[in-house]
Design a protein around this ligand. Structure first.
Ligand SMILES: C[S@@+](CC[C@H](N)C(=O)[O-])C[C@H]1O[C@@H](n2cnc3c(N)ncnc32)[C@H](O)[C@@H]1O
Length: 346
């Protein structure tokens, strides 16, 4: 087997293993292995979760040969070494993209083949919002404290004394609800172009008694005049590259911030273009996921910018500067080196 064939077959196997990992995650197998004090057999896993053992054995086999989990010399007992547990939580979160991308396969193929429509919005894919939520709830559960607040000078005392905050493209509101429940003197708005995920956000806030938050369906590319100069802090995560008219959106954000206000643009920030990302696993993921999610989402309009998740940090910097912002800080996420928090000031 040539080195090239070996490498390509590794990719083929890795893609398939990630599909098994997603299923293992959804069925509770991953959680059981993470919590187990002793290595478990496929029968023990099947019995505990009320699953068919023969399937469980094959899934565990796929995960073990893919080195996602470990197996003993008898090929019957499976476990996750302590020092790999946190990474497995992260990777199993990412694995959930695989079936979701697959479910869009035929529709995206039609889009590529120049059939109409040119794209597919997220709302058309049941399960996409819950998967995105899963990433924020489990994989990125600490990101407010590790990636967001520490990057912005003096934001915590301001939030404690009371400021006006909005997250645009908040989907099911995981971040904005968390912030609102923590900083009770501040006022929060959760906004998205799609109303369905906002219902999830509202239900969560109601069930937790969060009162300093409201929700609104807005198109970030055309925000109402009443928002002029009204927010101290505007947050977007993985939204700008998905838009049909991102430059227009950045101008709208600028207009809606108070002078001196902060815009936190959390974005995929690849450096070096295609040639600078060869064989980087995270970049491989972003180019592929972007094909099935971000490009179709952006094609709400035929003349859409369709930047894709791979738009690149240098274009991001250039676009926020053109909208009038000064970037005062840039930090990479603790769970994903390609996820960049651009702290922009009006
Ligand atoms: C990739 S999702 C990110 C969701 C969430 N911020 C997160 O970090 O998981 C992009 C979000 O932007 C929203 N969106 C897309 N176009 C929009 C627009 N023109 N105005 C406002 N929100 C938009 C989508 O509905 C979706 O909730």
């Amino acid at each position: 087997m040539s080195d090239y064939l070996k490498k390509m077959m590794h990719h083929v196997g890795a893609g398939a293993v990630m599909l098994c990992l997603s299923m293992a995650r959804e069925l509770g197998v991953v959680e059981l292995l993470l919590e187990a004090k002793q290595p478990l057999t496929s029968q023990q896993v099947a019995d505990k979760l009320n699953l068919r053992e023969r399937y469980v054995r094959e899934i565990l086999g796929a995960l073990a040969v893919g080195e996602v989990i470990s197996v003993d010399d008898t090929s019957t007992k499976f476990h996750v070494p302590e020092d790999r547990k946190q990474t497995l939580v992260t990777v199993s979160g990412f694995s959930r993209f695989m079936p979701q991308l697959g479910m869009r396969y035929n529709n995206v193929k039609d889009c590529v083949q120049q059939q109409n429509p040119a794209g597919i919005v997220y709302e058309a894919s049941p399960g996409l919002f819950s998967m995105l939520e899963d990433m924020l709830v489990i994989v990125k559960k600490d990101m407010i404290d590790t990636d967001i607040l520490p990057a912005i000078p003096q934001i915590v005392p301001k939030l404690e004394s009371g400021i006006n905050v909005v997250e645009f493209g908040c989907a099911t509101g995981v971040l904005v609800n968390k912030l609102a429940s923590r900083f009770k003197n501040s006022t929060f708005l959760g906004s998205d172009i799609t109303s369905k995920p906002l219902e999830v956000a509202r239900a969560d806030a109601n069930s937790r008694g969060i009162q300093n938050i409201s929700y609104s369906t807005d198109n970030i590319e055309n925000l109402p005049e009443k928002y002029n100069d009204s927010f101290d802090w505007i947050l977007t995560r993985f939204v700008i590259h998905d838009l049909a008219y991102p430059r227009q959106a950045l101008n709208q954000i600028y207009r809606c911030l108070k002078p001196g206000g902060i815009f936190s643009m959390i974005e995929v920030g690849l450096e070096g273009g295609i040639a600078g990302n060869i064989a980087n696993g995270t970049s491989m993921f972003y180019y592929s996921a972007s094909t099935f999610m971000c490009i179709p989402e952006s094609f709400r309009q035929p003349d859409s910018a369709a930047l894709g998740a791979t738009w690149g940090a240098s274009l991001a910097r250039e676009m926020v500067a053109k909208a009038g912002f000064t970037i005062i800080n840039e930090t990479a996420s603790h769970t994903d080196e390609k996820e960049i928090h651009f702290v922009c000031q009006k």
